[in-house]
Design a protein around this ligand. Structure first.
Ligand SMILES: *Cc1c(COP(=O)(O)O)cnc(C)c1O
Length: 522
């Protein structure tokens, strides 16, 4: 197939020819349609609507004449509809199938949540409306805050942060505000385990702290002795994920919290993996001072090529005075919003307005429709599913750490040793089988990581199909068929991409062939 200047197919094969990749005359595969970019489908003068002739009026451009067309492609309405429908069908989502992306908690978003979020009283409110006209919306925020505090056992919450990473920043800023309030300026470091999500060290660094890495033990947990050795009067806090990114519960967490507090530091918990423990363990009981919760992961609001995030942060008694504004209170005339930090020690606000109302509505709808017992069952099912996957794959793939695991199971590439097949190859071959790949090469503490998080969404039958596909691939790799993997994926609209070039030199803009040609076409 011919490629345009950006390396994308630009035209269907000439009449009578066949596409070298697909073997079809059109370049299409089945009902998956190959087509040029929308700009390349441009036909000057073609239009989706029949507009009346423009009246002849004097130009107000002061003698400036257009040098070229403005660059909008001309297409008929059915062409536009088909183009965007086809694009949407190239997307993969939890609504299409199993999405085992470790650490991301890609779980079903019940449609009831969508229905609730679209109620006009929630969907159509404006953040500048007088509070007397949005009492229901404020009550919803108040109830969500209540659930989050109850599930975590924490004293206070802010709903404002717009994602997990934003919540991390909020938490670390609260920790700094607490040290500042005591006049303690000597604390310049944040400790972060090796297995941490990249946002943790990035947050600490963005807040002006030096990041010190804590090694993991051979069983995939934080090395308590190494942690204790690094604690001192220069440490502001520890950022720890629990369950951690290896899918394991940090068994020493109480001792970790005591050591951190003993050194005068605060304990930040990355709560992205909260889905594994909801209704079973309260983070406050583990000695955690501050934790973000990804509503878009644990509480099933859409994410991943979709909706906005929402990263509320919960705080212990010790950090409660530093919670940023705004927050909802019960005033004399119903619900009220505190919008000004005043003279208190809190550091102001994290973002304009009040947070992601649509996410709040979906999350509370999820909580209320599940009930406390349903939330507890969801975390249990998520953990059971991950352990089932681990148990059924352990003999053909190499589990990095001894189980049982929590909500996700971690394999590394030792089972591929000497086969010529890599973690990336397995992921590509999995796409041909109709599955979104697992998280690859993260966490960094093991070589060639394959991190699988099935969530509670999947049935046993769905998991078995996925597991059977992975078992077959693992066995094929061991049988010496490296060529099969190097050719994968075979069935996708695009095959192997130069991912480094795509990340380092992304081409985000279509450039017309040449200005002269474009003018001539008018
Ligand atoms: C997803 C995730 C984050 C970041 O959350 P965002 O909402 O994507 O900003 C942080 N830590 C861990 C462990 C995560 O899985």
């Amino acid at each position: 197939m011919s490629m345009n200047s950006q390396g994308r197919p630009s035209a269907i094969p000439a009449a009578g020819g066949t596409d070298s990749v697909t073997g079809t005359v059109t370049g299409n595969r089945g009902l998956q349609i190959e087509e040029p970019l929308i700009f390349e489908q441009d036909s000057a003068g073609r239009c989706g609507v029949d507009l009346p002739e423009a009246p002849k009026v004097a130009s107000r451009l002061g003698g400036i004449t257009p040098r070229a067309r403005i660059g909008l492609p001309g297409l008929a309405e059915p062409q536009v509809v088909r183009h965007y429908t086809r694009l949407s069908q190239k997307n993969y989502a939890i609504d299409s199938g199993l999405y085992p992306l470790g650490s991301c908690t890609m779980k079903h978003n019940p449609r009831l949540n969508e229905k609730m979020a679209r109620l006009p009283g929630f969907a159509d409110v404006h953040p500048l409306q007088p509070v007397s006209t949005v009492q229901g919306a404020l009550e919803l925020m108040d109830q969500l805050a209540h659930w989050l505090k109850t599930l975590t056992g924490m004293a206070a919450v802010t709903l404002a942060p717009a994602a997990g990473a934003h919540g991390e920043m909020c938490g670390i800023m609260a920790i700094r505000a607490a040290h500042d309030a005591r006049g303690d300026k000597a604390r310049t470091k944040i400790l972060v385990p090796e297995s941490a999500h990249g946002t943790n060290p990035a947050t600490a660094a963005a807040c002006g702290y030096a990041v010190e890495s804590i090694p993991a033990t051979a069983d995939g947990r934080v090395d308590l002795d190494a942690l204790k050795a690094k604690l001192g009067p220069d440490v502001a806090g520890l950022m720890l994920t629990n369950p951690n990114t290896c899918g394991l519960f940090e068994r020493d967490i109480i001792a970790i919290a005591e050591a951190v507090h003993g050194a005068g530091a605060y304990f930040y918990c990355d709560g992205a993996n909260f889905n594994a423990i909801v209704g079973r363990v309260r983070p406050a009981d583990l000695g955690i001072d501050v934790m973000h919760i990804n509503l878009h992961k644990t509480f099933s609001t859409p994410h991943g090529g979709g909706g906005p995030g929402s990263g509320p942060v919960v705080f212990s008694e010790a950090l409660a005075p530093y919670v940023p504004v705004p927050y909802v209170t019960h005033g004399p005339d119903g619900f009220a919003l505190v919008e000004e930090a005043g003279d208190g020690p809190a550091f102001g606000r994290m973002k304009a307005f009040h947070g992601q109302m649509g996410m709040f509505t979906r999350a509370l709808s999820y909580m209320l429709s599940h009930g406390a017992d349903g939330l507890r069952q969801a975390s249990g099912d998520a953990v059971l599913n991950a352990n089932y996957v681990m148990a059924r794959l352990e003999d053909v793939m190499t589990a990095s750490f001894e189980g049982p695991c929590m909500h996700e199971c971690l394999f590394d590439d030792r089972f591929l040793k000497g086969t010529g097949v890599t973690t990336l190859d397995i992921a590509k071959a999995l796409i041909d089988e109709g599955f979104h790949p697992m998280t690859m090469y993260f966490p960094l503490v093991v070589h060639g990581a394959l991190l699988i998080e099935p969530t509670e969404t999947e049935s046993k039958a769905g998991l078995d199909q996925f597991i059977d596909a992975l078992r077959a691939l693992a066995e094929r790799a061991k049988s010496g068929d490296a060529a099969y993997f190097q050719g994968a994926p075979r069935l996708t609209p695009r095959r192997r991409l130069d991912e480094t070039a795509a990340a380092r030199k992304p081409v985000l803009r279509w450039v017309p062939p040449a200005p002269a040609e474009a003018l001539a076409a008018d």
